[in-house]
Design a protein around this ligand. Structure first.
Ligand code: TYM
Length: 332
């Protein structure tokens, strides 16, 4: 079977709606057709300072949320990156074929380091995309389901795979990003031209899956729209309204056009109330499931440990071939 692989960082107590609609929503059905590898990149998380207790808690919460959205450990390999040492090992080899300038062109690094000042950004933040390439290439997936903001990292991954293959002989599969057109970029509710992100300027623009649905409903009701009255899908001119339509369509499974037709003669208040309702219906059972998984930490740890064993089988085979090709002596 063809493979897919993807990851989501444990950098917050809750995933947000952008994570779910851009990425996780496609991870679940891919389990039917693909050999799926899904993981929690905690090595990536420490590229910016993390409180150790908080990181451990958020890693477990991330696992619980993945299980709750429908990642099934009997059909997918679900694991934590730091429990599979091959990720860091391959990242080193790949960093030696990555150009300094090439890494410096990654826009996510430029954005993140601009906030703190390049002087304070860690070297880990700079080499972050190389570790991400290692995450992917170790498992030789054909597809990597992500949101739009990961596209450039996937390009680098493809370049590194091709470069290694050319220099040392065919080793890696060159993966394709799989990006859902309609929901590749969910926008901040208060600033609907910026992507929804946990580092948003104001928490009012961010919908966390595990927040009290009443709080999220309020945020939707105060979402920034525009001065017109007409409900139509027009991201360039009506980013706020279009974002709400996208969210409601994705969560309800109804096409945007059908929603728009239903709003003829209605106002933004109706659009917001319906979107808030659909969100509440979605997160309420999800939160109950997350709580159930979190209540049994031993079981969570067991699932992740099984996943790490399965991941290592694949990862160590690829790494062994890489080490051999670059000329390292065989290891035990
Ligand atoms: P992360 O943890 O920031 O985000 C997880 C996934 O959510 C998507 N996403 C969005 N999609 C739509 N709209 C948004 N506003 C939005 N915000 C986030 C992201 O595109 C992503 O798919 N570098 C990765 C983690 C990673 C990884 C990997 C992914 C590490 N190694 C290997 C794939 C393969 C990241 O930081 O995603």
């Amino acid at each position: 079977r063809p493979r897919v692989l993807s990851g989501i960082q444990p950098t917050s107590d809750s995933f947000h709606l952008g994570n779910f609609l851009g990425a996780l929503q496609q991870w679940v059905p891919l389990q039917d057709e693909f050999d799926a590898y899904y993981f929690i990149p905690d090595l990536h998380a420490i590229t910016v300072p993390q409180d150790p207790k908080g990181l451990r808690r958020r890693t477990l919460r991330a696992a619980a949320q993945l299980l709750a959205v429908g990642i099934d450990p009997d059909r997918s390999v679900l694991f934590v990156q730091s429990q599979v040492p091959e990720h860091a090992e391959l990242a080193w080899v790949l960093s030696c074929i990555t150009g300094f300038g090439e890494a410096g062109r990654m826009t996510q690094f430029k954005d993140k380091s601009a906030k703190e000042g390049t002087e304070h950004a860690s070297v880990g933040l700079f080499t972050y995309p190389v570790l991400m390439a290692a995450d992917i290439l170790l498992y030789r997936p054909q597809r990597v389901p992500v949101g739009e903001d990961q596209r450039q990292h996937l390009e680098l991954t493809r370049d590194l795979a091709q470069r290694f293959n050319t220099r040392f002989g065919k080793t890696f599969v060159v993966p394709e990003p799989q990006i859902i057109k309609g929901t590749a970029k969910i926008y901040d509710l208060q600033n609907p031209t910026a992507k929804m992100s946990k580092s948003a300027a104001t928490p009012a623009g961010l919908i966390n899956l595990l927040d009290d649905p009443k709080v999220s409903a309020k945020k939707i009701k105060s979402a920034v729209t525009d001065n017109e009255r007409e409900i139509r899908f027009d991201p360039a001119n009506k980013p706020g309204v279009s974002n709400l339509l996208t969210i409601q369509a994705a969560l309800s499974g109804r096409p945007v056009d059908e929603l728009v037709a239903g709003y003829a003669g209605k106002g933004y208040g109706d659009l917001k109330a319906d979107t808030a309702e659909v969100l509440t219906e979605f997160v309420t059972p999800l939160q109950a499931k997350v709580d159930e998984y979190l209540a049994d930490e031993a079981e969570l740890l067991r699932i992740l440990s099984t996943g790490a064993d399965q991941a290592r089988e694949v990862a160590s085979r690829t790494l062994g071939q890489v080490y051999d090709k670059v000329g390292f002596l065989p290891r035990k």
